[in-house]
Design a protein around this ligand. Sequence first.
Ligand code: HEC
Ligand code: HEC
Length: 201
Amino acid sequence: MTRLALICLLCIPFLASAAEREPFDDRYCTTCHGTDGRGNEGVQAPRLAGMEPWYLKRQLENYRDGVRGAHPDDIEGLAMQPMAAGLTDESIQDIIEWAGGWNYVPAEHTISGDLDAGRALYQPCATCHGANAEGNEALGAPALAGQNDWYMVTQLRNFLAGYRGVHPRDVYGAQMRVMTTGLNGENDINNVVAYINSLSD
Ligand code: HEC
Ligand code: HEC
């Protein structure tokens, strides 16, 4: 089965039940994001465990409000967007408290690349994401260390292609999108992500 077909199949029951959901019955996330939010490559849903609460909140609000996951070619974003569409501010807070109990476990590495090239490419990224990819709340840049590498590859492609970070209200996404213009093609993307992987070894 193709990845897209799998994602769509998983969506159907959630779409059907979205209308009658209770405010605090929003804990279906692990179906796609894996046990304890550890990520699930099969449906391209990234690790949520250990994610900063401010970043989790912003992404849920952005999906809910159609600021993220609205581009017709953003396949994975389109799978996630309806999952957040019915969330209230109260249920987002509830999810943040629930997800806060999941332990940070660095994701397994699935891609490799040229680490020296990746280190050089990562230098401008460190300004916002930190030298160890630990993130920086003041700049709104999330931690990247320990995140699923396949997910980071998709996001970098999506920023570059203009599938993410183009909505007029996506202030942080736009800042990030500008930064991807320094990445030329798949090799650069793989190399920089391979270097980010090395920071969580
Ligand atoms: C049908 C499967 C599915 C379900 C159910 C689901 N998600 Fe997702 N989620 C995804 C996919 C796929 C992505 C990747 C989207 C992308 O690539 O832009 C994603 C992305 C995210 C992101 C962005 C992560 C980041 O690093 O920016 C957050 C946050 C998130 N989901 C939270 C949740 C929460 C909380 C729930 C439960 C209320 C939930 N998801 C339910 C499939 C799902
Ligand atoms: C000007 C500050 C800044 C710089 C420099 C920067 N980023 Fe970002 N990055 C951000 C912000 C802010 C976000 C969050 C965007 C959002 O809220 O949607 C982000 C998001 C990301 C994401 C998506 C994370 C997720 O969980 O979805 C990846 C991957 C990423 N950056 C990689 C990089 C790489 C690689 C570089 C260097 C080529 C880089 N960033 C340079 C600010 C920056």
